[in-house]
Design a protein around this ligand. Structure first.
Ligand SMILES: Nc1ncnc2c1ncn2[C@@H]1O[C@H](COP(=O)(O)OP(=O)(O)OP(=O)(O)O)[C@@H](O)[C@H]1O
Length: 925
């Protein structure tokens, strides 16, 4: 292309020579590295630097989701000129080279004629003197560094045959280490960066020849297919040999082995190595340890320190080194026969690559990625989320000016392809789960220790208080006893004294009485002749003194008793205080227990989230690993589809195992308890987990036993969230596959709840789940009346308002199941009278849909119609509803033999139908 009118096409016109370099192919490897590292550290780059909304990869916008931002950039392109070879030195001796390089300006001039040339600008212009080391550092090193940081990276060489692609990429440098090419140097750098204990490198080496991918590490493996993840757009080759590399020596041996196989394969096919595209895939997996943080919070008087555990991150980078087959003009090479086919195939894949690059450069809506295996293989590696470097190799000879020009134009267009680097990393949830478990164990042990200490303290205080009380009681009893004895003793002594005194007095009176101070009464007694004994005055004084002493002693004793009483009151008070302390401690214990419960709930919530995340991570991982290609994850839906879809059985088994394992880890009760969590998100997660578990027949009994069915039904009643309704109904549908559960569902009012959900649902997927559940219940003969009484048939018919074929298929299945059970009951004589389906107005819909385009709907409706027609009691309604015509049509056109024979049996055995057919002169034979 001429430079006139924009020869330099990088969004800047020739002359202004200004290049936007967000991720530069820098001649200084250190600055390249650091500039890139600072970009990767941006957690969420803004879209301001992005010129297009979609990622410019061969895969178009696949995998570019909202909030999944990457680092913007574009494909970097370097041009490398090969020195003149021996032949050119002779034949072109009199001619100037067709190109002139200006490396300092990063420009290349392509001669048009002796006086005119076109100028092109590249990210790097490498002259014939550029060393292999420099080429590696400007072309490949930034890509290798991104791969080590967890991005995908691609290094690709394109150019005319013999211009140095293999020299640039694949030289082993066995004789001269300075000649080592990009592959060898890249592996050296990767091996130097990784830690063998935690990281790993594995490689595949392939060749793409005539649209067939061959394994260069295992030549027998010669038709490897490409797997593309429909959701992320990731490409993988699950059939390719993957060898883990531990050191440079083993890598070199594998490269040699690959080269030998390539040579042998190409000799067998009678071709040259340059006729095939060689692809080296290097998978680098690194573990980056998460940094834990500590959070402290105040709760009342207590402060809590919470350790937040960060999971390790596993970064997976993929490096693709692509040595494209030499481009050549078919007309010029004079190819014929097999060589012509070969050249066509090469040109086809290269031109397909060119077309894709053009489409991306033009920001076209359609990128023809499916046109060749090469473009399918590079779908996630050229531009897109990968860091991409292209080196275009050219020769100097003016005789190949045409090829050189087209190589240059290829490079120029590739420079316009933008990419959005996205890191490929996953959290290591398993190790986080392990660490959470350890933390939980520690918390539980600490809590138990605290509980024990509190209990011991309460016990100690109780014992102490009791000890003090009994001591006080004992003291009181002792003191009282002492006092009593003392008084008794004093009293006895006083009595004794008095008696002695009395005896002395008596003796004294007997020897000579003294009459002192006689009063009138004494005198009168004496005059009457009575003997009056008059004590001496000192005796009175002594007795009086004794009495006074007695009084004092009694008073002291009373004071002592008061004192002891007071002490007792004090002890009682301290006992009461002890009791209130005990109450406080008891309350403390209750608080602790409450906190423990809360903690356990939080842990259960975390574990549930973990469970969901691990579940998603497992799916993603398997998808990334390629084994799960074709499976669209989506919780219940995917699980159900896996269970139902036998071709997905292998991956389904792995998933079942993973869910079962997580199920064991978390515990069913905890999962079920989360169905009542306050947080709506948690409820949704929990119901999804239960639904996933319910999809496994092995878990169903345990779920029902643990009250899961009741909880799911309760969710239909209490929740207003349609997602919850959808997932819960799906889980109920799974449980309703079993006869015992069908009866339980009915006994717990399930049909009313399902009918209510059906009436309110808007999302077709919710209706599909509800219809599926009711359809399963319809297949149980014993439940026919209850089902109809609970509005089950009306609910099914009501869902016809949603015309979604999946919903209609479930409705049709339910009606067919119901009709079959009814027919069986009528035959057995347990049912008489017209069909309840006809009673409830299902016939018009059945008749309308016997010829529905969707085969699942048609098949069920045909069956339902044939079942209804089995019983004479329905015949009149069926004739007036137009069903007879449909029966005749089924008999003639239905592809299924069993349905046809059912229709035949009906038409030949029913007198009413026979009479009507005769009347209408219809020959159905
Ligand atoms: N930069 C260079 N310096 C010295 N010699 C070179 C250089 N580039 C290529 N050569 C030589 O040119 C010849 C052709 O190189 P090479 O095989 O790498 O080309 P190619 O583009 O891979 O060819 P094909 O497409 O046919 O595979 C080889 O002999 C190689 O040693």
């Amino acid at each position: 292309m001429s430079n006139t009118g924009g020869g330099y096409r990088n969004g800047v016109q020739k002359g202004t020579v200004k290049v936007d370099r967000p991720l530069s192919l820098n001649s200084n490897p250190k600055s390249t590295s650091s500039s890139f590292k600072s970009k990767t550290s941006l957690a969420a780059p803004t879209a301001s630097g992005v010129r297009r909304s979609s990622t410019g990869s061969l895969g178009g916008s696949i995998g570019a989701s909202k909030g999944d931002a990457g680092v913007p950039g574009r494909v970097r392109v370097a041009v490398r000129l090969r020195p003149r070879n021996g032949e050119e030195l002779v034949t072109d001796a009199d001619f100037a080279d067709c190109v002139e390089l200006q490396p300092e300006l990063k420009r290349l001039k392509l001669r048009r004629n002796n006086w005119d040339s076109d100028t092109y600008e590249f990210d790097e212009v490498l002259t014939e003197f550029a060393s292999q080391k420099r080429v590696y550092e400007v072309v490949a090193k930034p890509v290798v560094e991104s791969v080590l940081d967890g991005y995908n990276g691609t290094i690709m060489a394109n150019g005319q045959t013999g211009t140095g692609k293999t020299y640039t990429l694949g030289r082993l440098g066995e004789e001269d280490t300075a000649a080592r090419g990009i592959m060898v140097r890249a592996l050296e750098d990767i091996l130097a960066e990784i830690y063998p204990e935690t990281d790993s490198i594995s490689i595949s080496y392939l060749q793409l020849y005539m649209e067939t991918i061959q394994d260069l590490l295992d030549p027998a493996n010669d038709n490897i297919s490409i797997m593309e993840d429909p959701k992320t757009g990731d490409v993988s080759l699950p059939g390719a040999t993957l060898v883990e590399i531990r050191d440079q020596q083993s890598f070199l041996e594998l490269l040699r082995l690959g080269e030998a196989h390539r040579f042998a394969a190409n000799t067998k096919l009678n071709t040259e190595s340059s006729r095939s595209h060689a692809i080296l895939m290097v998978h680098v997996k690194r573990t980056v340890k998460g940094i834990d943080s500590v959070l402290s919070s105040e709760n009342g008087n207590k402060s809590h320190v919470v350790k937040i555990l960060k999971p390790s991150v596993v970064r997976k980078g993929k490096l693709l080194v692509v040595d494209l087959a030499g481009s050549e003009r078919i007309d010029k090479s004079g190819s014929e026969g097999h060589t012509l086919e070969e050249a066509k195939s090469i040109n086809l894949s290269l031109s397909a690559l060119g077309k894709c690059i053009n489409a991306l450069a033009e920001n076209s809506a359609h990128v023809p990625v499916r046109d060749s295996k090469l473009t399918r293989l590079l779908r996630d590696s050229f531009g897109g989320t990968a860091r991409t470097s292209l080196v275009v190799t050219i020769g100097p000879s003016p005789r190949h000016r045409g090829e050189t020009a087209s190589t240059i134009m290829f490079g120029q267009r590739a420079m316009k392809v933008e990419n959005m680097l996205k890191i490929k990393e996953e959290f290591d949830y398993k190790s986080l789960s392990r660490r959470l478990d350890i933390q939980l164990d520690k918390l539980i042990a600490e809590h138990e220790r605290q509980q024990k200490a509190s209990r011991d303290e309460v016990e100690r205080i109780t014992i102490e208080a009791q000890k003090r009380i009994s001591e006080a009681e004992r003291n009181y009893a002792d003191a009282s006893e002492k006092e009593r004895l003392k008084y008794q003793k004093d009293y006895l002594e006083s009595m004794k004294n008095l008696e002695e005194q009395w005896a002395i007095d008596q003796q004294k009176h007997g020897s000579g009485r003294t009459t002192v101070g006689l009063n009138d009464d004494s005198l009168s007694k004496m005059s009457s002749g009575e003997v009056v004994e008059v004590p001496a005055a000192e005796e009175f004084a002594e007795v009086k003194k004794l009495l006074q002493n007695e009084t004092l002693l009694r008073k002291a004793a009373e004071e002592e008793i008061d004192n002891l009483r007071h002490q007792l009151v004090q002890w009682k008070r301290s006992e009461a205080a002890g009791n209130s302390e005990m109450l406080n401690l008891r309350k403390l214990l209750e608080d602790e227990a409450h906190q423990k419960q809360k903690l356990e709930e939080e842990i259960a919530i975390l574990q549930s989230r973990l469970l969901q995340l691990s579940f998603d991570a497992d799916l993603t991982r398997r998808r990334l690993d390629g084994s799960g290609a074709g499976i669209v994850p989506g919780g219940l839906d995917s699980l159900i589809s896996e269970v139902k879809n036998p071709q997905l059985k292998d991956s389904g088994d792995a998933e079942k195992a993973s869910v079962a394992k997580l199920f064991e880890q978390v515990g069913l009760q905890k999962i079920l308890s989360l169905l009542e969590a306050e947080d709506a998100d948690i409820r949704i997660h929990a119901v999804k987990v239960v639904a996933n578990l319910a999809a496994e027949e092995a878990n169903q009994e345990r779920i029902v036993e643990a009250g899961g069915l009741a909880s799911l039904l309760m969710l239909l009643k209490s929740s207003e969230d349609e997602t919850i309704h959808r997932v819960a109904a799906g889980a109920i549908a799974n449980l309703a596959m079993n006869e015992t559960n069908q009866e339980l569902i009915m006994a717990q009012g399930g049909i009313c709840l399902l009918s209510m959900t059906a009436a309110n649902a808007k999302d077709p997927q919710t209706l599909r789940m509800v219809a599926g559940a009711i359809a399963n219940l319809c297949g149980n003969e014993k439940l026919q009346m209850k089902l109809r009484g609970g509005g089950g048939i009306k609910a099914l018919l009501g869902m016809i308002r949603c015309r979604h074929p999946d919903v209609l298929a479930q409705v049709a299945r339910g009606i067919a199941n119901f009709a079959k059970c009814e027919s069986r009951a009528s035959t057995q004589g347990t049912k008489t009278g017209k069909s309840l389906l006809i009673e409830d107005g299902a016939l018009p819909w059945i008749v309308q849909n016997t010829n529905n385009e969707a085969s699942p709907i048609r098949r069920h409706v045909e069956l339902a119609l044939c079942h209804l027609a089995q019983h004479e009691v329905n015949a009149k309604d069926m004739i007036s509803g137009g069903a007879l015509w449909e029966l005749v049509r089924i008999l003639r056109d239905c592809s299924r033999e069993d349905i046809r024979s059912l229709a035949r049996r009906t038409l030949t055995s029913s007198p009413t139908f026979k009479a009507e057919l005769k009347r209408l002169r219809i020959d159905y034979g």
